[in-house]
Design a protein around this ligand. Structure first.
Ligand code: ZN
Length: 285
């Protein structure tokens, strides 16, 4: 089931080529320099980051065995130094598979501790099990370069880390926000209450640039704000329709949100959002 969810997410990310000028979704891969130390790598709908220091590289999600080969080659175009660490953003297979190439060169693998139960419940031969786990907000340093791993609690799964780069006033954010309307928030493992709480906590963080795992290399904080507002707006609107007795299957056809219709994937995703919010109203979850 989880695999289906994650593959779906990747497919959704790839599915709106005509609607999204800020990212060329047809690109097989792309590496973008954010600062002298921070880079982001894109592979077929999934984005990660890597940090280059004088003592080696901190990589993040390998994505898949074949993506990891391309990712490693892209890192080698920036530096000859070894990859010392691989930090997983969260537990899902569409992000974390394929780490073997980094393990073989001696990298240490790190995730939040709550990822382990998912990894043990859902074994995958392409997954490198973390060597070390962290349990809360953790500063991370190598070669004089520092950034923060922020843990916000349950939201999309319960082991997602926000990578915070105060120097760049940037965050790397997996699966909690994009610049568009893709299915983040409608998939079964989003706890709506905790998701909204997490988005508010991210909004309170001090940053200007968001590097999203299913979006363009650069988005603004407004991508987080709009996503939270959109979730709340749809929740309220669906609640009103349910109270008025509108059958769930007819609600999407009655709702129209001009403030969000410019977002990538708006038309195709609206019914899924309506259904999820109707379930939320009915179940309290
Ligand atoms: Zn995910």
């Amino acid at each position: 089931m989880k695999k289906v969810v994650c593959v779906l997410l990747g497919a959704l990310a790839l599915g709106f080529a005509g609607e999204m000028p800020a990212q060329d979704w047809s690109k097989e891969y792309e590496t973008t320099k954010i600062s002298d130390r921070l880079y982001t790598f894109w592979r077929r709908g999934i984005r990660n980051i890597f940090v280059v220091t004088d003592e080696g590289v901190i990589a993040t999600d390998p994505i898949s065995p074949e993506a990891a080969e391309v990712y490693r080659a892209e890192i080698a175009r920036v530096t000859d130094l070894p990859v010392r660490y691989v930090i997983y953003s969260h537990e899902h297979w569409d992000h974390v598979l394929g780490g073997r190439i980094f393990k073989d060169e001696g990298a240490e693998f790190i995730s939040h501790e709550n990822c382990l139960k998912f990894f043990f419940r859902n074994p995958n031969p392409d997954l490198v099990t973390p060597d070390r786990t962290i349990s809360g907000n953790t500063p991370f340093s190598l070669g004089g370069e520092s950034f923060n791993l922020r843990y916000l609690g349950e939201n999309h799964g319960d082991c997602l880390l926000v990578f915070e780069f105060p120097e760049e006033r940037a965050i790397y954010l997996a699966d909690l926000a994009t610049d568009g309307f893709i299915g983040l928030g409608t998939l079964p493992d989003y706890d709506i209450v905790e998701y909204l709480r997490s988005l508010r906590e991210i909004e309170a963080m001090d940053f200007d640039l968001m590097i999203g795992a299913h979006g363009p290399a650069r988005a603004g904080k407004d991508a987080v704000v709009i996503r939270r507002r959109r979730m709340e707006t749809i929740i309220d609107a669906v609640g009103r329709e349910l109270e008025a007795g509108t059958p769930v299957a007819e609600i999407a056809g009655k709702l129209h949100f001009p403030e969000f219709e410019h977002l990538r994937g708006y038309q195709s995703q609206l019914p899924a959002f309506v259904l999820r919010m109707a379930q939320f109203h009915e179940m309290g979850w």
